[in-house]
Design a binder for this molecule. Structure first.
Ligand code: NAP
Length: 253
């Protein structure tokens, strides 16, 4: 795998993935829709090894690219530029943010299948979608640590899945294989493994507590491989597996 990771989206998730990747010794190239200049503050904070670029440059220079944009953006991602790439799909459908998207039918198609269907020729890997951006950084642990957490992963491509398992291992997480993208509904919003077990509270996104500072400072908890497998196995599919921010405004921590 290349030592440079591409990231499309420089917000909460894109920024944290960049920090984890840099900590692990990768370089990162990040883009957004408004242009590299608007990412200057982020790359300065990230320091050596981080670069802002246009999406074309990210596609040109990297083979493993983390998608960290609002879900609704997936259908605007350029198919030709992303052909042949391994794409880590962190995207979750939040109607409040993404609007009504008739193609989302959570009872019968996983959102990652929609992403793969659009990005013909790319290898989509579902991962890093089921824990919040605060715990994503704070719960990362070196391989072998007793308090290391596991993240679910799915793909239709074994080689791409193996690459992302290695990437996750390097940045601080074990993996639990959910199978193909068709099985990845098990880690979507409202499912037992979604956010809450890592945050360590009963129901952050469904009831929407207003105390943002406790959300930001909560230490979180370890979700072991065994617990992750149990949570995935207990998932029950339904037709409203949508995210909800409740009363949170995560843009103003
Ligand atoms: N936040 C979390 O805790 C969390 C946890 C798990 C998964 N996720 C998922 O991860 C994804 C990103 O969430 P986030 O919280 O990081 O969102 P965010 O903070 O709002 O960041 C989104 C980023 O996407 C960029 N963007 C928007 N449209 C784009 C386009 N057409 N092309 C390229 N870049 C574009 C935005 O920059 P510009 O507007 O400047 O282009 C911004 O940098 C979402 O699908 C979310 O559901 C989030």
């Amino acid at each position: 795998m290349s030592t440079t990771v591409g990231i499309i989206g420089g917000g909460m998730i894109g920024g944290q993935v960049a920090r984890l990747a840099l900590n692990a010794g990768y370089k990162v190239i990040i883009c957004n829709s408004r242009g590299p200049d608007t990412l200057a503050e982020l790359v300065e904070e990230l320091g050596a090894g981080a670069q802002a670029a246009r999406l074309e440059d990210v596609a040109d220079k990297t083979d493993l690219i983390v998608l960290a944009v609002p879900f609704a953006v997936y259908s605007k991602l350029p198919v030709d530029l992303l052909k042949g790439k391994v794409l880590v799909d962190t995207l979750n459908y939040y109607p409040e943010r993404d609007g009504v998207m008739p193609e989302v039918k959570t009872e019968s198609i996983a959102t990652s299948e929609l992403v793969q269907r659009h990005l013909v020729g790319a290898k989509v890997v579902r991962a890093i979608n089921n824990l919040d951006f605060v715990r994503l950084l704070s719960r990362a642990r070196p391989a072998g640590a007793t308090d290391r957490s596991a993240l679910p992963i799915a793909s239709d491509f074994a080689d791409a899945k193996a690459q992302v398992i290695t990437f996750l291992d390097t940045i601080g997480y074990d993996s639990v294989d959910m199978g193909a993208l068709a099985d990845s509904w098990r880690s979507e919003p409202t499912m037992p493994i979604y956010v809450n077990p890592y945050w360590g509270q009963a129901s952050v996104y469904t009831s929407g507590p207003t105390d943002i500072s406790s959300f930001m400072s909560a230490p979180g908890r370890t979700v072991s491989k065994v617990e992750a497998q149990t949570l995935l196995a207990s998932a029950v599919r339904h037709d409203k597996m949508f995210g909800s921010l409740g009363s949170f405004d995560l843009s103003k921590p």
